[in-house]
Ligand binder design. Structure first.
Ligand code: PA5
Length: 360
């Protein structure tokens, strides 16, 4: 169901390279399309950091915020039941109170200047846990150097969220080096090669009715809710954050089967309150009952939604399928920015908040 005031997807401008370049002065599109290279380069960067294997019975903590924290969530999803110990993502100034000194703490901050991550780095030091840092520089690199903590050096010049390939691979490799999960070199290689093909299918030179462009048109003018489950739950969160930051739109992430126990009731009045859309991220490895729930939930929500979509992950391995959906979501968010005529790079509200905090 579409409300009459909705811009019809076919009346929206074409998503050509030229149309995207008109809003994308800093080249966010090419950073998104560079995902296959980022995955491979990240492996090389971890290798060159010469990190030693050190068994961590206490598991792995990935400490970071925003675009730097997501790699931990994605690594946890990729490993699935191949993780032999807990993996926890700590998005705060402190570490969870039950973390023990025999854990490994990976502190990720693209800029190296995020105050929550700096505090978590110090907290891990006080605890006496093994620390590893992943950053381009900033205060975090300085503190790591001063305390002889190894650093995986990230390449500069990206928005933190565009370095998602690096964040994922560094977290996976550190998990293996802590004895928390198996090493996934082959899966990462396959995912990078497959992502190259998907870039051609969904990128700016693909037809206007290709998957990413068509979905962006459907979501334009709506408040999307992205639903995931299992492997796709953190990907739904990634889509939300990319749509928030690149397209400057409200967007929410949710998870099945939980949403069937509460949010589904809220949808009963969605049509009265605004133009909401729902995207369901499916994966062949989800619990069969969850897959049935996705189909039924979509049907119910469609009665009130401006648009709904069911999106399948594509690929042979968990890493491959996760990367396929990351790429698709990143492109959808970039195309939404172009349709909305906004620069995908700017994050004015985050910048304002950080400078207000700095004055306190
Ligand atoms: O995407 C972004 O720019 C943010 O979500 C940042 O990742 C977040 O503010 C943390 O910054 P950093 O990644 O530099 O630690």
């Amino acid at each position: 169901m579409r409300t009459p005031s909705a811009p019809s997807p076919s009346s929206l401008p074409e998503l050509t390279r030229e149309a995207i370049a008109a809003v994308d002065a800093s080249g966010q599109l090419s950073d998104i399309l560079g995902l296959p290279d980022h995955l491979r380069d990240a492996l090389w960067r971890v290798e060159s950091a010469n990190l030693e294997f050190q068994d961590a019975p206490g598991g792995l903590v990935v400490a970071g915020m925003g675009g730097s924290a997501i790699g931990g969530e994605l690594a946890l999803a990729v490993l699935g039941d191949r993780a032999s110990r807990p993996i926890v993502v700590a998005r705060d100034y402190a570490l969870p109170p039950w973390i023990t000194p025999d854990a490994t703490v990976l502190c990720c901050s693209y800029s190296g200047d995020t105050e929550e991550t700096l505090a978590a780095f110090e907290a891990a030091g006080v605890l006496g846990a093994r620390r590893i840092v992943s950053t381009t520089g900033g205060a975090l690199a300085q503190m790591a150097r001063a305390e002889r903590v190894p650093v995986v050096p990230l390449p500069g010049g990206f928005q933190p969220r565009a370095a998602v390939g690096y964040a994922l691979v560094v977290a996976l490799e550190v998990a293996a080096l802590a004895g928390v999960g198996e090493r996934l070199l082959y899966e990462i290689d396959v995912a990078a090669a497959h992502a190259e093909e998907l870039v051609a299918q969904w990128g700016p030179d693909a037809p206007e009715d290709s998957a990413a462009k068509a979905l962006a048109r459907d979501l334009h003018g709506t408040t999307p809710q992205i639903a995931g489950a299992g492997l796709t739950a953190p990907i739904a969160y990634r889509w939300k954050t990319q749509i928030n930051e690149n397209a400057k739109m409200p967007c929410f992430a949710t998870e099945l089967p939980e949403l069937d126990h509460n949010e589904i009731v809220g949808w009963e009045s969605a049509g009265e309150l605004g133009r909401f859309s729902a995207v369901f991220l499916d994966d062949c490895d989800l619990h069969p009952r969850v897959r049935q729930r996705i189909a039924l939930t979509r049907e119910l929500v469609a009665e009130q939604a401006a648009a709904t979509a069911l999106v399948q992950s594509i690929g042979s391995t968990r890493t491959d399928r996760l990367v396929s959906l990351i790429l698709l979501g990143d492109l959808v968010s970039l195309y939404l920015a172009a349709l909305r005529d906004v620069d995908p790079a700017t994050i004015a509200s985050i910048d304002r908040l950080k400078s207000s905090l700095a004055r306190l």
